[in-house]
Write a protein that binds this ligand. Structure first.
Ligand SMILES: Nc1nc2c(ncn2[C@@H]2O[C@H](COP(=O)(O)OP(=O)(O)OP(=O)(O)O)[C@@H](O)[C@H]2O)c(=O)[nH]1
Ligand SMILES: [Mg+2]
Length: 266
C-alpha cells in the first residue's frame, strides 16, 4: 500500500444477493511475485463472493511464486471446492499468453465473468465487487478499472516521466484504433463470458502488454459496450517490473497491425 492509508477502501464492498453469487474467476499472471502472492490471495478470497475462483497463471517463476501458490491453493481448497487453481506454465511467454491460459481455464470451468488483474497489488483486489456490480448493472461486454476517468488516480510514486509515457501510450492507441477508452492500456478488467467466447482467445496475437489493447479492439469490433470504472492505481507492493524492450516494441506496433494489417480485419 503506498499513498493511501488503511481506510474504508480496504474493506470489501458487499454486493447484494443474487449478484454476489455470480460465478467469477479472477485471473492473475505471475512472474516472480513471491512477495505479493500471499497478501493478494488472502485479500481476493476475503471478498465475500462465494462463487469466486482465483486462477494463478505462473510461468515457472525462479523465486518460487508457483510453489507458494500451490501451498495457498491447498489451504484455500481444503473444503473440497476449487476456490484457487494454479497453472504451471513451463516457459515465460509474456503476460498476454498467461492471461489467455488463465481465461481458458476459467471458461472451461464454467465461470460466467472473468477478471484480469496484475499480481503485484497495483490493482487493489477490493475493487473486484465494484467491477462485478458494474458489469451486471450495465451489461457492458467489458468494464475497465480506469486510472484516467473522473475519480481515477495514479500512485504518487509515479514520476513525471512514467505519467507522461502512460498518457502518451493511451493517446497513441486511441489515435490509431479509435477506441474512445480513456485507459486503453489498463490491465484491471472484467469480461462477460460470452464476449470472450465471441472474441476467440486462440486468435489473439499479442504476447505481452499489447494484449490489453488487442482485447479492447476485438471487443469493440464485435459491437460490445466498454465501460470505465475509476480506480486508484498503486505502485507494486514488492518485487520489480517485468517490462522489457521487446514488450514495449510490441505495444507500439500492435495498434498499427490491428488497424492496417490483415490480422486486424476479421
Ligand atoms: N505468467 C507471467 N506473468 C507475467 C509475465 N510478465 C509479467 N507478468 C505478470 O504480469 C503482471 C504485471 O506485470 P508488471 O511487471 O507489474 O508490469 P506493469 O504492472 O505493467 O509494470 P509496473 O508498473 O512497472 O509494475 C504481474 O503480475 C507480473 O508478475 C510473464 O511473462 N508471464
Ligand atoms: Mg505492475
Amino acid at each position: 500500500m503506498d499513498d493511501v492509508t488503511e481506510t474504508d477502501a480496504d474493506v470489501p464492498w458487499a454486493l447484494p444477493s443474487p449478484w454476489r453469487d455470480a460465478r467469477v474467476a479472477v485471473v492473475v499472471p505471475t512472474y516472480n511475485e513471491a512477495g505479493n502472492i500471499g497478501d493478494l490471495t488472502a485479500r481476493v478470497l476475503a471478498l465475500g463472493l462465494p462463487n469466486l475462483r482465483l486462477v494463478i497463471a505462473d510461468d515457472d517463476s525462479p523465486d518460487g511464486t508457483g510453489l507458494l501458490a500451490d501451498d495457498l491453493a491447498k489451504h484455500a481448497n481444503e473444503d473440497g471446492r476449487d476456490r484457487m487453481v494454479v497453472l504451471h506454465r513451463t516457459v515465460k511467454e509474456g503476460i498476454g499468453r498467461a492471461h489467455i491460459a488463465g481465461m481458458k481455464e476459467a471458461l472451461a470451468r464454467g465461470d460466467e465473468y472473468v477478471v484480469q488483474m496484475d499480481g503485484d497489488l497495483s490493482h487493489r483486489p477490493e475493487y473486484i465487487p465494484h467491477l462485478l456490480g458494474t458489469i451486471l448493472a450495465t451489461r457492458a461486454g467489458l468494464v475497465i478499472g480506469s486510472r484516467y476517468v473522473v475519480g481515477g488516480s495514479l500512485s504518487t510514486h509515479w514520476g513525471r516521466h512514467r505519467r507522461l509515457l502512460s498518457r502518451f501510450a493511451g493517446r497513441y492507441v486511441n489515435a490509431i484504433l479509435h477506441l474512445s477508452v480513456r485507459d486503453p492500456t489498463g490491465g484491471f478488467k472484467i469480461w462477460r463470458r460470452d464476449v470472450l467466447e465471441g472474441i476467440g482467445l486462440d486468435a489473439i496475437r499479442s504476447d505481452g502488454y499489447s494484449f490489453q489493447v488487442e482485447m479492447n479492439y476485438r471487443c469493440k469490433q464485435l459491437g460490445h459496450a466498454i465501460v470505465e470504472l475509476p480506480i486508484h492505481f498503486e505502485e507494486r507492493a514488492a518485487g520489480s517490473s517485468k517490462i522489457s524492450f521487446a514488450v514495449q516494441l510490441e505495444s507500439m506496433l500492435t495498434p498499427l497491425a490491428l488497424r492496417f494489417g490483415r490480422a486486424g480485419r476479421r
